[in-house]
Ligand binder design. Structure first.
Ligand SMILES: [Zn+2]
Length: 417
């Protein structure tokens, strides 16, 4: 997709933290440790049950902090279904995770009964958990921005999509028909299953921009964008800012575009919204597209040849820090006169670099590479995103990022000069 501005995990976190900052100590609904009367040295069954539950809550809070949302939903959902009423601490983590990945109805169900409950703060850090009521309010706010109607799509026993739509038109039906194919391509590419994906189908462009602005710090989507894939949802708008309708949505090309946006959403889940370099994020999504439209590969090759011959290759710094600017110049939406970007094509260059990256990566290593990035971010919070990406590139390819870039440049020069 064009014009993607990924929601940063940190941003989500900041929202939660800000909420927490305005709230006082929680009204815990969990019995405090040791509150059950017992004889010294003779633990009762209640003691061991409380300890086991505390341990479980701690483990899931840890998983959340590591950004492993898929593991939380996968393991905790059946556990919560078994217990009635569900444990507050576990329902809290499940609700918070569901809110982050856009399953807002589940989040509301989990969080509504919890009142002002929040897990105990971690005394060793500055961190404190926001009360359930604050997250619930946030869920209500975001939920009202969703289109009004819901259709669920199953894949066998699995609830694959919650699709919110404005009206059931032919366009909506076409959009529904491409989702399973787009998922299948992403599943093969990313090498793992995912829990339910929230899809928002906007018939109305104004409604689409309202949603994007309200959930992305007032950022207006680029006019050419027909959709945006984020950690919270896959958004597809019938019209873009030029009031252009999609070509037949059930076509292979439209399916490839939906798959592209879905790739952004799913990759964001794997990395918990970690800030991947934009060229890498877009390159992955374009590479994924070519799994659906392999006939595009020769065309993309010709575009790269053109970039090489016209001196349109962007430096790694430009590609990393000015991706959006160069796209705007390319799309004719920029008022800036930036000659050095005039012949560039950031999407095509990103695709070419990622394609080369994937060829150098050991088969099957892409999911490990992505989840490792997420884990590194948790482990080394002081490091900058580029530094972590650089370290991981070295770990998986045996090359620093600069060395990889030089290597790729030699490759395209050799192939296309
Ligand atoms: Zn994109």
């Amino acid at each position: 997709m064009k014009g993607k501005k990924p929601i940063c995990w940190l941003c989500c976190w900041v929202i939660l933290m800000c909420r927490a900052a305005f709230c006082t100590a929680s009204d815990s609904v969990i019995p405090a440790k040791g509150s059950i009367e017992s004889q010294p040295n003779s633990p009762t069954p209640q003691d061991s049950t409380t300890q086991a539950t505390d341990k479980l809550r701690h483990e899931y809070l840890q998983l959340f902090q590591h950004g492993d949302y898929e593991a939380i939903i996968d393991r905790l959902t059946p556990l919560l279904h078994k217990s009635s009423p569900p444990d507050s601490g576990l329902a809290y983590v499940h609700g918070l995770t569901s809110r982050i990945i856009g399953d807002l109805d589940t989040a509301a169900t989990d969080l509504a009964p919890l009142g002002n409950y929040a897990p105990d703060s971690d005394a060793s850090t500055w961190f404190s958990w926001p009360p359930a009521s604050a997250i619930w309010q946030q869920v209500q706010f975001r939920r009202q921005l969703f289109p009004a109607h819901l259709k669920v799509l199953h894949d066998g026993e699995t609830l694959r999509f919650n699709v919110y739509y404005d009206d059931m038109t032919d366009w909506t039906r076409d959009a529904l028909s491409v989702l399973p194919r787009a998922y299948a391509a992403n599943h093969d590419f990313l090498g793992q299953d995912f829990s339910t994906i929230t899809v928002l189908l906007f018939n109305d462009y104004g409604h689409f921009t309202d949603y994007v602005r309200a959930t992305r710090w007032d950022v207006v989507p680029p006019k050419y964008a027909h959709g945006i894939g984020s950690l919270e949802a896959l958004c597809i708008s019938r019209y873009n800012g030029y009031h252009q309708d999609w070509p037949a949505l059930s076509s292979k090309y439209s399916c490839a575009t939906v798959a592209h946006e879905m790739n952004h959403s799913l990759v964001e889940r794997m990395i918990a919204g970690y800030g991947l370099p934009r060229w890498f994020m877009e390159g992955l999504a374009v590479d994924l597209q070519t799994r659906i439209t392999p006939e595009d590969v020769p065309t993309f090759g010709r575009l790269i040849r053109q970039l090489v011959r016209q001196g349109g290759i962007l430096s790694l710094d430009d590609l990393t820090y000015h991706f959006g600017d160069s796209v705007q110049v390319y799309a004719g939406e920029s008022t800036q006169e930036l000659e050095r970007w005039r012949n560039s094509n950031a999407y095509q260059q990103g695709y070419s670099m990622v394609n080369y990256f994937l060829r150098k990566l050991k088969p099957g290593d892409l999911p490990h590479f992505l989840t490792d990035l997420r884990e590194q971010r948790y482990t080394d919070k002081s490091a900058r995103s580029r530094q972590i990406f650089d370290q991981q590139t070295h770990k998986y390819l045996g090359l620093s990022l600069d060395e990889f870039y030089t290597d790729w440049q030699s490759f395209v020069q050799r192939i296309y000069k």
